[in-house]
Design a protein around this ligand. Structure first.
Ligand SMILES: NC(=O)CC[C@H](N)C(=O)O
Length: 392
């Protein structure tokens, strides 16, 4: 059913601007909440999944530019959120359609953003902005419906950038909980209930996306989610078959508590699977180094080479930091590389049951080519349980 967006007409007409730290100004109209927001400006090239992107905790403190020009066509719904709220610091789009139309839609994007207090700007020349970021690198920005140009530039410059920022503990859950919900099913428009619970997985929440937890449940895991700063000893007392290191925002390097815990799991030979920030933490815990990328990878169609099989996976990506392949010790083998820039996309320990992936096998949004990695984690837990193997 179509929803007329009469309630947002006023908001769309109100002027807003985006200022970058380099002094660039983009003029547009306010979409979402009135006010001012700052963060690191990045671009995402996915053509679908704006609600999943907005609610992905890995986007904390970032102003997300969506390069697909029409954003809002299918409205928003309660099921597609990857966490309990909008996590991106702001949204930058070309065109906010006048109608939101989809059988699952509950609310227009504009109304949703306003309810969430998220400042967004529409009518921006996102192609110019994306080229600027691609050429000069991600930079700090400010979206405002209330400041003048000079004030907005000053605000943009006051945002220090994500390098050195530990945001994982800022977005993590305060208390542990059990997660029992499987993936969303078209039939019945509902989430698949947990079926088997063959393995107990403790999942660190550094900003975890719900679809990761759902795919662990689908794969036959009982999932206990724990806060980012939970010591390894506490996790070990839960007798997990495996430990999962989640995605999350910010720089992995200052997360010393998580790096330390990961080292303890490696030493104990517990099966480990890391996604995105979790991959970076495994890299650091293994002796590697992380770097801030020029503008990162944010999209849903990035080709990644599976080094051993020679297969190319089309993947979902969202990261601004990376582990440097050259910094990895000899006991790590490279399993995946980006075909865009050859950066490290996946690795495994040769002598421990630990592996990780830089992209997003849970997609949401994006293609499912890398989804078999969840089965790989299951096989690893099976092998360790059977005492048959120590390699990822
Ligand atoms: N999605 C993620 O987990 C992102 C990891 C990290 N914050 C980065 O930007 O590289």
């Amino acid at each position: 059913m179509s929803q007329r967006r009469a309630d947002q007409e006023e908001g769309v007409r109100k002027k807003a601007l985006l200022a970058l730290a380099d002094g660039s100004i983009f003029r547009g109209e306010l979409a979402g909440a009135d006010g001012t927001t700052t963060g690191e400006v990045v671009f995402n090239t996915a053509m679908t999944g704006y609600q999943e992107i907005l609610t992905d905790p890995s986007y904390a403190r970032q102003l997300v530019t969506l390069t697909y020009p029409h954003i809002g066509n299918v409205g928003t719904n309660p099921q597609d959120a990857e966490s309990d709220r909008v996590q991106a610091a702001g949204l930058i789009i070309r065109d906010l359609p006048l109608l939101a139309s989809n059988w699952r839609s509950h609310e227009s994007l504009d109304a949703y953003l306003r309810a969430q207090g998220t400042v967004a700007i529409a009518g921006v020349d996102t192609r110019r902005l994306t080229r600027l970021i691609r050429d000069q690198g991600a930079q700090s920005g400010c979206i405002t419906s209330e400041l003048d140009e000079a004030e907005a530039i000053e605000q943009a410059r006051s945002f220090p950038g994500l390098k050195g920022m530990d945001l994982a503990q800022a977005v993590s859950t305060e208390t542990g909980y059990e997660w029992n919900e499987g993936s969303w099913q078209l039939e019945g428009n509902e989430f698949r209930p947990a079926q088997r619970q063959d393995f107990h997985v403790v999942a660190y929440d550094f900003g975890v996306k719900r679809n990761i937890l759902r795919l662990l449940v689908d794969a036959g895991c009982r999932v206990t989610v724990v806060p980012a700063r939970t010591p390894a000893s506490e996790v070990m007392s839960l007798s997990p078959d495996g430990v999962f290191l989640s995605n999350g925002p910010g720089d992995p390097e200052p997360c010393d508590y998580a790096i330390e815990a990961t080292q303890a799991f490696l030493a104990a030979g517990v099966p480990l699977f890391g996604i995105c920030l979790g991959h970076q933490l495994l890299g650091l815990a293994s002796g590697g180094q992380s770097v801030k990328m020029k503008f990162g990878h944010h999209g849903a169609n990035h080709p990644v080479l599976d080094v051993e099989s020679g297969q190319v996976l089309i993947t979902s990506q969202n990261h601004g930091f990376a582990i440097e392949e050259d910094s990895l010790p000899d006991n790590i083998r490279v399993t995946h590389r980006s075909l865009f820039d050859q950066t490290l996309q996946g690795m495994a320990h040769r002598d421990k049951p630990a592996f990780s992936f830089q992209g997003h096998p849970e997609a949401s949004p994006g293609p499912h080519d890398a989804k078999p990695l969840f089965q790989h984690f299951i096989r690893l837990m099976e092998q360790v349980r059977a005492g048959a193997g120590q390699q990822a």
